[in-house]
Design a protein around this ligand. Structure first.
Ligand code: ADP
Length: 329
């Protein structure tokens, strides 16, 4: 019996290289060693997008395309949309019974988002309960491992606390899942800040390659290096930060680094080298993406099969939950 892994992503639209290097590459590796459930968590999206839900469906499709293109293999893992497995909603309700309000109000990500997101009213009952639904997502599969970024570790701690509290009232049903922290690089965007859709600094997995080159070509480099003959400093250059994540050629990196510092090469040369590596990485991924874009039927079959496998496990867990609570059956 392989240990179970659960992870999810909100359907935010086309994924970028941060998602690829920061999560998907690792998810692809995990499918060989674990029984993996990967979910596009559309209920979670609705928590912040409830006022305009029209984009969610199309965004789910973009995420699935990027997942399959990046190497998630439906023969090895279960890929599904959260709302297609209704037990997610049911377990969320059960967990909301035992979760003290204070745990949620104290959650650092909640306080952060309420403060920083001004254009939406997130003062809802559901948004406060975001981590309760997340706990439900994970525990429905009794996942022992959850590959998440460090930003999610507070949520995972809450998941363990909810499992513990539920087990205390109703008997030992849920394991306390461990974080599967990976040496995930924080992928910088075209402006040096963390790559993120909301910063408008991302390079998408499905980025047209000409467009990708335009974005690289116009990127700012070391601000001190105004002219070709000025020596540069890779340590302060956003292009170099992307090299560090996506250029696997050590020898070339040593040459480029030395060339920059001695003004032996120009920024365009360095950017061209980076483009070459990204092109090699993305070409096969984009080819695969186009295949699935043109085979909608395959995509739907994959989702149905994934949801079917997820439902089998989810139903079993909910039967245990209901029996442990002692509801009439
Ligand atoms: P979510 O969908 O969980 O709300 P995001 O869309 O921000 O959050 O990211 C999904 C996953 O991709 C997370 O595990 C996150 O750590 C990873 N990720 C996103 N952006 C980056 C980045 N710039 N560098 C590294 N990892 C990233």
């Amino acid at each position: 019996m392989k240990e179970r892994v659960f992870s999810g992503m909100r359907p935010t639209g086309k994924l970028h290289l941060g998602h690829l290097a920061g999560a998907l590459t690792n998810w692809v590796k995990l499918q060989d060693d674990y029984e993996c459930f990967y979910s596009i968590v559309d209920w979670h999206a609705l928590m912040s997008e409830y006022a305009d839900s029209k984009q969610i469906k199309a965004n789910c499709r973009e995420v699935i395309l990027d997942w399959l293109a990046s190497g998630l293999d439906p023969e090895k893992c279960s890929i599904f949309v959260q709302s297609m497995v209704p037990q997610h909603a049911e377990i969320h309700l059960a967990f909301s019974m035992v979760t003290p309000l204070g745990w949620l109000e104290r959650c650092p990500t909640y306080k952060d988002q309420i403060k920083n997101i001004q254009n939406k009213d997130l003062g809802t009952y559901a948004f406060l309960g975001y981590p309760v639904l997340m706990a439900g997502d994970i525990l429905l599969y009794k996942a022992g491992r959850v590959p998440v970024g460090e930003d999610q570790s507070a949520h995972l701690e809450l998941t363990r606390e909810i499992a513990r509290r539920f087990n205390y009232f109703y008997g030992p049903i849920f394991p306390e899942p461990e974080t599967l922290l990976t040496p995930t690089p924080k992928v910088p965007g075209t402006d040096g800040r963390k790559m993120s859709k909301s910063y408008g600094n991302s390079l998408n997995i499905s980025e047209d390659l000409k467009e990708l080159w335009e974005k690289l070509r116009t990127m700012k480099t070391d601000p001190q290096r105004e002219r070709r003959k000025d020596p540069g400093n890779p340590d302060v250059c956003p292009v170099w930060d992307i090299h560090k994540v996506f250029n696997p050629d050590m020898e070339e990196k040593v040459k480029l680094d030395a060339g920059c510092r001695a003004a032996g090469i120009g920024c365009i040369e360095c950017k061209k080298a980076l483009y070459g590596h990204l092109e090699r990485l993305l070409e096969p991924i984009q080819r695969k993406r186009r295949h699935f874009e043109q085979h909608e039927d395959e995509l739907n079959d994959i989702l149905r099969a994934g949801a079917g496998r997820a439902k089998t496990v989810a139903e079993r867990t909910m039967e245990e939950v209901v029996a442990a609570i002692g509801f009439f059956r």
